[in-house]
Design a protein around this ligand. Structure first.
Ligand code: MSP
Length: 560
């Protein structure tokens, strides 16, 4: 797994979504995870570029538009607007939203395909086989037989295709791809796919043999195929939607002024789900290897990582409109209304299908996670600390007094027995470094776990040291001061760690503990100062600690 060098700007992408239909939880999920990753890198002070957008030249967009008496472009405009406004409404901070029908994209795609035609990597040939219109995928004869000539995804009949197509010489890249997936270098380039089980699946399929792939559709007698980007110099052919779509990652940053956005290339992470792994782990790097051999394109390195997460199911079953368990926009909005935006983000990030198993989006689970992690842990811990500051220290953070026997490390259940116990500052900072390592591995669960661990330990520390009992005797107030200072400082650092996941509540917390300057810095420069902000001892004694409303009020399910 590549370590992200901090001197290269950071670039994260999501798939670009089909605009035949409205956004749903799957789209919101991948884009939210990318947002957490982007925010994390901005928090570290890195120049970060986060891209999402829409994939518009699909046959199913033409069909969906026709059903409504609209042109494909009209339907695409409407849905692309909805994707973008949904993402904005959900507080997602993409730096650009690419639409494949925009000239900035279509021009570049034609340029790339022209280069590949000129170099012979793309050639005209004959295709005979099948097409899965729902998936926009070519299905070779033998595979189609396995599928009983029906789409394995939606069960609709495959469409027979016999046509002249342009082909990409994918077969020529099999050895290079295998070498890359094995951790090797090709022309000084590396390329990784994660999780490792997915990488192994892809490598096994490559070993079965790679055919050249059609990269165009015949636009003469196929109305749907006319909706797309023409093959340069041959209007009869439209560039296959998947080739068109993959190039979005490059076209967006390949702007005329090379000093402007090219610095973001290569992508550090292409975040996708397992359904579209083949295109990203095989076709995409092969296209780039072909392209970067062309004069003037030497800068086009391979992306560092393709990360394919798994799928959300809902209430224990595959999401489907007919089962009524589809987590659509209305459902998403109702969760946001009841629990708040950050609660949705937290649930998606901490319980989503990162890794190779699918996750269940179930209401009972959502409420459970909300109450236990956000209301009873994060929110409640801050309430306890701020209440005691109000009660014993006039609403101000006291200066730490004499040292307390108990250290946080002693309450850390992950600490090996007999390990040397770090003092509080180094212990908390170690948790922050562990989070960094987890984020570099795209391990969101572990990363969030590190921050939550700090808060759980603080809670336990309050139980064990019992400042509320000590305070009954005024002679003990110096110890109470130490306890509260330690708790507030640990909470501050935990909140920095949680900012990428629950930024709005964390910013509210910062305003209450005298860290409003973090909010100002992030909003003015777009970047934080992670390495500085996680250093122990920054809360100034005497700072007013404002209790405010509960950050995450406990949710009482309505009685049936
Ligand atoms: N347009 C192509 C992608 C082109 S990328 C160059 C496409 N679009 S899509 O609208 O079907 O989106 C697929 C992606 O949406 C998945 O890879 C995943 O990121 C997300 N999800 C869709 N359904 C999902 C779930 N049920 N669960 C989690 N994410 C899923 O494919």
């Amino acid at each position: 797994m590549p370590q992200h060098a901090t001197n290269k700007p950071f670039y994260v992408t999501t798939p670009i979504y089909y605009v035949n239909d409205r956004p749903h939880i799957g789209h919101v999920y991948t884009t939210t995870v990318a947002d957490v990753v982007a925010r994390y890198h901005r928090l570290r002070g890195e120049d970060t570029f986060f891209l999402t957008g829409t994939d518009e030249h699909a046959a199913k967009v033409v069909d969906a538009a026709a059903e409504r008496g609209l042109t494909a472009q009209q339907w695409a405009d409407r849905n692309a607007d909805e994707f973008e406004s949904t993402f904005r409404r959900l507080g997602l901070t993409h730096d650009d939203f690419i639409r494949t029908s925009q000239p900035r994209h279509t021009q570049r795609v034609q340029q790339y395909v022209k280069q590949l035609l000129d170099s012979g990597d793309v050639y005209l040939g004959d295709y005979e086989g099948w097409y899965d219109a729902g998936q926009e995928e070519y299905v070779p004869e033998n595979k189609a037989k396995d599928y009983d000539f029906k789409s394995p995804i939606n069960g609709k009949p495959l469409v027979k295709k016999k046509e002249q197509n342009y082909f990409f010489k994918l077969s020529a890249y099999a050895d290079d791809l295998l070498k890359l997936l094995d951790g090797g270098e090709v022309a000084g380039q590396t390329f990784d796919v994660q999780p490792v089980a997915r990488k192994n699946e892809v490598a096994a399929r490559i070993r079965e043999g790679l055919n050249d792939v059609p990269i165009s559709r015949h636009a003469v007698d196929d109305a749907a195929a006319k909706w797309g980007i023409s093959v340069p110099g041959d209007e009869k052919h439209t560039i296959y939607v998947w080739i068109d779509a993959l190039f979005n990652y490059l076209s967006t940053i390949d702007v005329d002024d090379p000093d402007d956005r090219r610095k973001y290339w290569p992508a550090d992470v292409h975040l996708i789900a397992k359904d579209i792994l083949w295109f990203h782990a095989v076709i995409w790097p092969a296209l780039l290897l072909a392209l970067r051999r062309q004069q003037g394109s030497e800068w086009i390195d391979l992306p560092k990582l393709v990360y394919a997460h798994s799928f959300w199911i809902a209430e224990g079953q595959k999401m489907s409109k007919s089962l009524g368990n589809f987590i659509d926009l209305e459902k998403i909005d109702s969760y946001v209304e009841t629990f708040g935006l950050d609660a949705l983000r937290y649930f998606l990030a901490s319980n989503g299908p990162m890794g190779t198993t699918d996750s269940d989006f179930a209401e009972a689970k959502f409420i459970d996670v909300y109450n236990s992690d956000l209301a009873n842990t994060f929110g409640n811990c801050f309430s306890r600390v701020s209440n005691m500051c109000a009660k014993y220290f006039d609403g101000k953070l006291p200066a730490a007094g004499p040292e307390i026997e108990l250290a946080f490390a002693q309450l850390d259940p992950t600490m090996a027995k007999g390990a040397t116990m770090q003092p509080n500052g180094p212990w908390v900072e170690t948790r922050a470094l562990a989070l960094t390592a987890s984020m570099n591995q795209m391990d969101l669960f572990d990363a969030i776990g590190e921050a939550m661990l700090i808060i759980r330990v603080v809670d336990n520390y309050i139980e064990k040291t019992a400042p509320f009992k000590l305070a009954k005797d005024p002679n003990n107030l110096p110890q109470v001061a130490t306890i509260l200072y330690n708790c507030a400082e640990a909470l501050r650092i935990a909140s920095v760690l949680l900012w990428p996941v629950i930024p709005h509540k964390v910013e509210a917390l910062w305003q209450r503990i005298g860290c409003g300057h973090y909010v100002d810095q992030l909003s003015e420069t777009g970047r934080g100062d992670f390495d500085k902000w996680i250093v122990w001892g920054q809360l100034a004694p005497g700072t007013p600690i404002e209790k405010g409303d509960a950050l995450f009020p406990r949710h009482q399910p309505a009685k049936a």
